[in-house]
Write a protein that binds this ligand. Structure first.
Ligand code: ARG
Length: 461
């Protein structure tokens, strides 16, 4: 059976339904370039161990290079009879260099250490690419923050008006978790950069191969300490899946706000035409589909993570075929992020903010009440009393249907003698925001400091 890696002890080939169930070339083909790269490294290690002559090595490497270019341009593709990418590529190599030489490459390795290694190689590249996409979103957020240094908005808790903040501060509050996600990817990469190659099926190699040399050749930081663990653990994939899901969840929080902000009721932003869609029936519609798809896909990435964890749960050591189910959820999560990240960056980068609307709403809902209380504290009033007094101001303003700043001096004095006319210093949105100048606060000086720190210390992967 051409392309089968294990026919010897079987009198017949697999049943059709068995072969169909077993097959993974429809998704594991993306590992092909890594498989060939690792095969070249393996051939060099076989040569150094005296298991492949110099001439054979030269011919083997040439055959693998030919196979790589045939895979790249689509000349070589999976056949119906191929079980997985590893078997298909051995068939391809034998077609190019003959069965005698092609059949030597497999010495000392198993698909178990192969697939674990290739998955890690693929994932390390994918994490780097995702990190770049996430940093593009961070860049779009910081560019908007820089473009609107003075814009104010109502900060909310419970989606209720809370305290005025700078728009830039709010936008950077979405950048911060994304920066941590990139840092998480860098951290996950440290544990992914360990090579299982040389672990064989589970017990290691007896052929004098050098796992450390092959690890270095493939860009790994180290060879695995334990061949059983190396061939059967997938916590590296689960960890990356968590970070991918976290990125999607973090993006969904930003997306949800963009959806709200673009409603007529909020009126904070207008979406660029290029990053919104229309309705097939309602001519006036302009819908925030990028943001909605982001919100929707976050659910899908959570599913990818939980699906993978469920696959890993309770698997006995060492390799089990269940592990073939490890790849699709991770491939899917990365594919979805590759779609989302550029779209989110484009949408955020082109948001048109309506500063007047946000400024008008910033003091609405008595968002300066905390400023009255804190002003009283600075005059020596206990906070418990100050909170009561500021609450009484809100009640009075609400009864009269006016803003806190519209209460007259006599009314303030009648609520509490400590409320002298000087309280008006803090009864402006600007005054409130500028007063919050402790480290990490919304005062312009602190937001500028935050931007400076971001510029200096973006994580790299
Ligand atoms: N295609 C398998 C996977 O993706 C690798 C080979 C399985 N090894 C085995 N002994 N059946 O995990």
């Amino acid at each position: 059976n051409q392309g089968s890696l294990w026919g010897g002890r079987f009198a017949s080939g697999p049943a059709d339904a068995m072969a169909a169930l077993s097959k993974s070339t429809q998704f594991d083909w993306v590992l092909a370039p890594f498989d060939i790269q690792a095969s070249k490294a393996h051939a060099r290690v076989l040569n150094r161990a005296g298991l492949l002559s110099d001439d054979d090595l030269t011919a083997m490497l040439a055959g693998l290079d030919q196979l790589a270019s045939d895979v790249a341009d689509g000349t070589f593709v999976a056949a119906e009879s191929d079980e997985d990418v590893h078997g298909a590529l051995e068939r391809g190599l034998i077609e190019r260099v003959g069965a005698d030489l092609g059949g030597r490459l497999r010495a000392g390795r198993s698909r178990n250490d192969q697939v674990a290694t290739l998955f890690r190689m693929w994932l390390r590249e994918a994490m780097r690419s995702v990190a770049t996409g996430v940093l593009d979103v961070v860049e779009a957020l910081t560019a908007q923050a820089r473009a609107h240094p003075d814009a104010v908005m109502p900060g909310k808790t419970h989606l209720q008006a809370a305290q005025p903040v700078l728009l830039a501060h709010h936008l950077l509050a979405h950048a911060q978790p994304l920066i941590r996600d990139v840092d998480r990817l860098a951290d996950a990469d440290r544990r992914t950069a360990v090579s299982p190659y040389g672990s064989g099926a589970l017990a290691g190699s007896s052929l004098g191969l050098d796992p450390e040399a092959i690890a270095a050749d493939l860009g790994f930081a180290a060879a695995a300490e334990n061949s059983i663990d190396a061939t059967s653990s997938r916590d590296f994939a689960a960890e990356a899946s968590f970070v991918f899901a976290m990125i999607a969840v973090d993006l969904s929080r930003l997306a949800e706000e963009v959806i709200l902000w673009s409603t007529a009721e909020f009126g904070y932003v207008t979406l660029a035409d290029a990053w919104s869609t229309g309705s097939s029936i309602m001519p006036q519609k302009k819908n925030p589909d990028v943001a909605e798809l982001t919100r929707g896909k976050a659910g899908r990435l959570i599913g990818d993570l939980t699906g993978l964890l469920a696959t890993l749960k309770a698997q006995p050591l060492a390799y089990n075929r269940d592990l073939q189910e490890d790849k699709e959820p991770v491939f899917d999560a990365v594919a979805q992020l590759e779609l989302l990240l550029p779209a989110i960056a484009g949408m955020v980068g082109t948001l048109e903010f309506h500063e007047d609307r946000m400024a008008e709403l910033a003091p609405a809902g008595f968002t300066l009440a905390t400023d009255i209380a804190e002003w009283l504290v600075r005059q020596g009033v206990p906070f418990r009393v100050a909170h009561e007094v500021a609450g009484a101001c809100v009640r009075e303003a609400e009864n009269r249907g006016v803003g806190l700043d519209e209460l007259d001096d006599a009314t303030f004095a009648s609520i509490d003698p400590a409320l002298t006319p000087q309280v008006r210093e803090v009864l402006t949105v600007r005054g409130s925001i500028e007063s919050r100048d402790a480290y990490g606060g919304t005062a312009p000086s602190q937001v500028q400091r935050q931007l400076d720190v971001l510029d200096r210390a973006l994580p790299a992967l």
